[in-house]
Design a protein around this ligand. Structure first.
Ligand SMILES: [Mn+2]
Length: 252
């Protein structure tokens, strides 16, 4: 049976002919990647009071990319001028989901903002704005669109560290990834282990230190997998873990 994978969307203020509305938006690529990996993607509008009930039906969870988390969530009183589109409703929901998934050992994948949401939910902090270009220690542009690179084009490499789940997935020490972020993990949360670093030493992936599946990446594998099939592996690993957990639960 194909496992159900919940994906969080991004709220967006969209102008229609009859007014301005908040819409819950999700790039098609997230759903396509989960589907291609064998899962059944469903979109989860924010509803912090229903997190317990959602976990009755979710076999796996994907926290997607998007705008920035309120810095007060990780103890920064000052908001950097580049920190943008903070949404307390989304923050609350995704933090509750991340904590709920860890507590219930529900397989969890985070992408871009998702790695940041998981780190903040578990007690870590973020760098509010990364230096770019000449100001960056390795001359990197973590917002690769600012230097004209397409979404499925690698923007920099990452170094896979240790004996992590991520390294086992990619079977190598270094892989090319895309990059569309201006924030990153600063202080790593308890329970997380850094699994990949960019050449400027930005943390680009984490895994959980427990037995349940927790993987989060700072890049966007969903935008790469069609041209770089190995980037489907994080989704395949999530779906496999979701399937296994649900099969074990129903066997009890
Ligand atoms: Mn990057």
């Amino acid at each position: 049976m194909r496992p159900i994978v919940g994906i969080t969307p991004s709220p967006s203020q969209d102008t229609q002919s009859h007014g301005v509305f908040t819409r819950y938006c999700l790039n098609e690529a997230y759903a396509a990647a989960v589907h291609a990996a064998g899962g059944v993607p469903i979109v989860l509008p924010p509803q912090s009071d229903a997190v317990d009930r959602l976990f009755d039906v979710l076999d796996g969870l994907l926290l997607s990319g998007g705008a920035d988390i309120d810095p007060r969530r990780y103890g920064d009183a000052e908001r950097h001028p580049e920190t943008y589109e903070v949404d307390p409703v989304r923050d609350e929901f995704e933090i509750a989901l991340a904590r709920g998934a860890v507590k219930r050992e529900v397989p969890l994948l985070g992408i871009c903002r998702g790695i940041q949401s998981i780190n903040v939910a578990l007690g870590g902090s973020l760098i509010q704005h990364l230096p770019a270009g000449d100001d960056n220690a390795a001359g990197l542009h973590h917002r690769q669109h600012e230097i004209g690179l397409a979404a499925d084009h690698p923007g920099h490499t990452v170094r896979l560290t240790g004996d992590s789940r991520l390294r086992n997935l990619f079977l190598g020490d270094e892989i090319p990834v895309n990059s569309f972020h201006h924030q990153a993990i600063d202080r790593l949360a308890p329970g997380l282990v850094a699994a990949a670093y960019a050449p400027d030493n930005t943390i680009e992936a984490v895994v959980g230190d427990g037995d349940s599946f927790l993987l989060a990446v700072q890049w966007h594998p969903e935008l790469m997998f069609r041209r770089h099939p190995e980037q489907l592996r994080p989704f395949a690993a999530l779906v496999e873990a979701a399937l296994l957990r649900t099969a074990l639960a129903s066997a009890v």
